[in-house]
Ligand binder design. Structure first.
Ligand code: AMP
Length: 604
């Protein structure tokens, strides 16, 4: 067992009140910037209060949930603070998720109001929509502004959805007490200074974003929010990192690698790497480029991060995830829930002030995963992470893989069971197993499908079915037909005996037989073949339909630059997924040489 480094008394307050107090202390300081827009602490506090009053005036308050559908912009912290100040809890809903997934999240969380911005309002899935940048203040709003409810530490702050093994995403319900603990304990590690500038790159649907937005705001530092385009494109990210004067960045290993590939030479005061395994080679590169680098670890269920390791750069086989943050307990237990000795492996259980309420509306699942801490004081609870690990003699935790079928795909948490269950709902499917296979430094998902009797194996149909409910990162890149499952001695599908589909080969990359109308399209088709290992059969061919994913879009950017000398914007390519659309973008870029991709400077 390993106990907290220390347990300072965290204020038993609501998170937005801590931000409001900071705004009173430093009203004229810049709180948040995105592109050419910025808000001072005074502006942020006023905008948050106004939006909270608009919510309150339509009856939203304590006990309610509000869907927040806001892209990467200065409105994002405004929206989150507004919902908290109204007394309700926010539910981040990614506008890019399939409608069915969004609908499930709304119904499951009980959100009947969406807080959004004008450019996304059409995608809101609730009847009641509040558009932040289209104010509709009236007398009722003015009255509500003076009567915002008191919010207690035990009140619900947010519900964050994550992949669920039984086929539906599950919502982790987190109260203000956990959120304040999560934010302030990271502050104890990072020791933010007022002059710090934190570049925010995390999507609003992942809880690390809450550290990026709230930790600077309770310390009077400045947040710079990178645009959607910038977070997908290493070179653009590199540019904004330099231009913003950022001193702190929190990112996944994938994003750090993107930055290094783009030639980033360093200069941050603090680098935080979390969400996935940090390889020793990457750790060494980051340690050489930042004043401090932390490998941070934690599941959504215990509020963002639970442990942290200060990277030396000399780690050899593994980089530990470190010691528990303040007010956090880490226990490594065996199958009978007995503590194992230091150095022995077991399952990782996490306790302390970050342990959340559990899964919204799922008491049985909550009881399965959240239990009374047999070693702790009365009332203490532990969350079973599913991670395997061991505690070193010095109390630092090392992770050793998973005890279940949860994986990370390009930074996203994915339950393979969710994909399998949904594939099995397709009428042609008698059985499905989804297995991650190595793909360079990342993993790709391969779906093995056994068609039912008298059914054909229809790859395109299965892919379309998957995309109906699953976000892009969960749609398998490759589908393989299986007629007989290999079995383990106990009769389960032997996942390790499933055939590994061939990686894209030089043969697959041979020129397509399709006759293209023009040279540019033909050359672009050749690049698709190289990157995807599959030949587009016409201008309607869809990059994602052929199994492409966001990392491969980055490879496309590089290949196009090498072939045509122009740098396309990765996000623009993703928004134009057919060969014909991409050829049109490329043609426009080539014709305006010098400014390769016609993206406004503010978005870069
Ligand atoms: P999420 O709830 O999306 O934050 O995912 C939590 C899971 O991500 C953990 O249970 C781990 O399996 C994995 N994870 C998070 N941080 C790290 C890290 N620094 N190293 C290895 N795995 C990590």
């Amino acid at each position: 067992m390993s106990d907290a480094l220390s347990s300072p008394p965290w204020p038993r307050r609501a998170l937005h009140e801590l931000v409001a107090e900071q705004a009173d202390r430093t009203p004229d300081r810049v709180a948040v910037r995105c592109g050419d827009r910025s808000l001072t602490y005074r502006d942020l506090a006023a905008a948050g209060r106004r939006a909270a009053a608009r919510l309150a005036a339509r009856g939203v308050g304590p006990g309610h949930t509000v869907a927040v559908m806001v892209d990467r912009s200065v409105e994002l912290p405004v929206a989150l603070l507004a919902v908290l100040a109204s007394g309700a809890a926010f539910v981040p809903v990614d506008p890019g998720y399939p409608r069915e997934r969004q609908a499930h999240m709304l119904a499951d969380s009980g959100a009947t109001t969406t807080l959004t911005v004008g450019r996304l309002a059409g995608r809101a899935g609730t009847a009641d929509v509040v558009v932040l940048d289209a104010p509709d203040e009236d007398e009722a709003t003015a009255a509500a502004a003076d009567a915002l409810p008191a919010v207690a530490s035990g009140d619900l702050a947010y519900i964050m959805y994550t992949s669920g093994s039984t086929g539906r995403p599950k919502g982790v319900a987190v109260d203000h007490g956990c959120l304040v603990k999560g934010v302030l304990t990271m502050g104890a590690a990072v020791r933010l200074e007022p002059g710090d500038v934190w570049l925010s790159v995390t999507s609003a649907s992942f809880d690390p974003v809450l550290i990026e937005l709230f930790l600077p705001l309770v310390h009077g530092s400045t947040i710079v929010i990178a645009s959607e385009q910038q977070v997908l494109d290493g070179e653009a990210l590199h540019e904004v990192l330099a231009a913003s004067g950022a001193s702190v960045l929190q990112a996944t290993p994938l994003t750090w690698r993107m930055l290094l590939d783009a030639g980033w030479a360093g200069g941050l005061r603090v680098g935080l790497c979390g969400g996935e395994t940090l390889a020793p080679s990457l750790a060494a590169q980051l340690a050489a480029r930042c004043g401090q680098v932390w490998n941070i670890y934690g599941p959504t269920e215990t509020t963002v991060w639970s442990t942290a390791h200060l990277v030396t750069g000399d780690e050899r086989d593994t980089v530990p995830v470190g010691r528990p943050l303040p007010d956090t307990t880490v226990r490594v237990l065996d199958a009978e829930r007995r503590a194992v000795a230091a150095g022995e492996s077991g399952e990782v259980w996490i306790g302390g002030g970050g342990v959340t309420r559990g899964y919204h509306g799922r008491p049985e699942l909550t009881d399965e995963c959240f239990v009374a801490d047999p070693f702790g004081p009365p009332g203490a609870r532990l969350y079973r992470t599913g991670d395997l690990g061991r505690l070193r003699e010095d109390g630092a935790l090392e992770l050793l893989g998973r005890a279940d079928h949860q994986v990370k795909i390009r930074g996203h948490r994915v339950e393979l069971g969710e994909i399998e269950n949904w594939l099995q709902e397709h009428p042609s499917v008698a059985g499905a197993a989804v297995v991650p296979q190595p793909d360079g430094e990342e993993q790709r998902l391969v779906a093995y499908v056994r068609p039912g009797r008298e059914h054909l194996f229809d790859e395109a149909g299965l892919r379309a079915h998957a995309a109906l409910r699953l976000p892009r990162h969960m749609v398998p890149g490759t589908f393989v037909r299986v007629d007989v499952w290999p079995r383990t001695p106990s009769g389960k599908i032997d996942r390790r005996a499933l055939p590994v589909p061939a990686a894209p080969s030089a043969e697959a990359a041979a020129p397509a037989a399709t006759a293209w109308d023009d040279e540019l399209t033909a050359a672009l088709a050749g690049i698709w073949q190289d990157v995807l290992g599959a030949a587009p059969d016409g201008v309607e061919a869809n990059f994602f339909g052929l199994g492409g994913h966001s990392l491969q879009v980055m490879q496309m950017v590089k290949r196009i630059k090498a072939a045509f000398g122009v740098r396309m914007n990765a996000a623009r390519l993703m928004q134009a997924p057919t060969l014909g659309e991409q050829a049109a973008l490329l043609r426009a870029a080539v014709m305006t040489t010098g400014t390769p991709d016609p993206v406004p400077a503010a978005e870069r």
